[in-house]
Write a protein that binds this ligand. Structure first.
Ligand code: UT7
Length: 331
């Protein structure tokens, strides 16, 4: 493939991994003052997968990575960069990507993390595109991996019903075919960072007795405010990214929004003015698994046989930062 003939970057493998243990809404009813009825109607979530005490973010990513490479018909020797999007790294440093590189025995290829909250997978796609198109890398393993339940406050009913653990991703390479990533859009607003935050554990409030007593090591979210921004920003990003691709809403075959809440998914679909069957929702099975939601949904629609060549997919996310972004992709 000559550089001049490269048009876009293309997904050549997909896959995901979720831990075996399932926590249902009925299980949560025994843990906090909540009900299956409240969780289902307010979030759409029925169950989520939970990592065992021994399982951490890199373990999930390594297993997902193996599955993605198998799906692509590749080995680790065929990739030349690992990017891991995560907000729940194994360690603050080294990066989770380096632990994944070790686990996959992908000796000496570069590896780094992307921290962009639940938008990390979209940010990773945009980064991967520029690294491939400027010839820095040929084939990139992009993973989103999260163990959110390890920073969940199991006494806080406002948040503990929402999250799950998972890893998922794609392999990306250049293509001269008429398919791949057509356009992208990314934004951030650090002024709103405090609305969705893990306050303790970094250098602002290092781990201490006080941080533990005040429960600052847990994820904290002002859900209602996050909700409003998520709907507005995801709607705007989806509309803009389609425009940037020179397409119209009628051209969209599937919208894959980040899966944080079924009501946010529906509202985003309405903002883009799409029929409900084009808007992918898998939240009932996994809960909010942050950076893994979009690549899991992509893998599932691919495996179900619903995706046809030339289908136009819009992937859109919103998360801590705040960050938000979208890509338009021609299958
Ligand atoms: O992935 C990154 C982005 N994250 C998001 O986008 C999440 C965005 N936010 C949300 O999805 C929703 O705001 C939540 C699902 C977190 C909350 O739903 P809500 O409709 O915004 O509820 P609320 O926070 O306004 O709370 C309504 C009521 C409150 O009771 P009062 O004060 O009205 O008596 C809460 O205490 O619901 C109560 N509540 C619960 N009740 C039963 C909150 N959590 C629960 C619960 N079970 N688990």
């Amino acid at each position: 493939m000559s550089y001049k003939s490269i048009r876009w970057i293309k997904i050549i493998g997909t896959g995901f991994y979720v831990p075996d243990k399932i926590l249902t809404n009925a299980d949560l009813e025994k843990m906090v003052d909540t009900s299956d009825e409240w969780i289902t109607t307010r979030t759409g979530i029925k169950e989520r997968h939970i990592a065992s005490p021994e399982e951490i973010t890199s373990d999930l990513a390594i297993e997902a990575g193996r599955r993605i490479l198998k799906d692509a018909g590749l080995t680790v020797d065929d990739i030349d960069l690992i990017i891991v999007a995560t907000s729940t790294p194994d360690t603050i440093f080294p990066s989770t990507a380096c632990w994944v590189q070790r686990g996959l025995k992908a000796d000496h290829i570069p590896a780094f993390d992307v921290s962009a909250g639940c938008t990390g997978f979209i940010y990773g796609m945009i980064l991967a595109e520029s690294l491939i198109l400027n010839r820095t890398n040929k084939r990139i393993l992009l993973l989103g991996s999260e163990c959110l339940t390890k920073i969940t406050n199991w006494n806080d009913r406002n948040t503990c019903v929402l999250f799950g653990d998972a890893a998922a991703g794609v392999v990306l390479e250049a293509t001269e075919e008429d398919c791949g990533m057509l356009s992208s859009y990314w934004k951030a607003d650090g002024n709103l960072g405090e609305l969705l935050i893990q306050p303790g554990g970094g250098v602002r409030q290092p781990c201490s007795q006080e941080v533990l007593q005040q429960e600052l090591r847990y994820l904290s979210m002002r859900g209602n405010e996050v909700f409003k921004h998520a709907v507005k920003c995801m709607g705007e990003a989806a509309v803009e990214v389609v425009k940037k691709a020179g397409l119209q809403k009628e051209d969209i075959d599937y919208l894959i929004p980040h899966q944080a809440n079924a009501r946010i998914i529906d509202a985003t679909g309405r903002r883009v003015k799409l029929d409900k069957e084009k808007v992918i929702s898998i939240i009932h099975k996994y809960g909010n698994v942050s950076v893994a939601t979009i690549p899991i949904a992509l893998h599932e629609i691919k495996e179900s046989g619903r995706l046809k060549p030339e289908d136009i997919i819009v992937m859109v996310a919103f998360g801590a930062g705040f960050t938000w972004g979208a890509v338009t992709y021609k299958w």
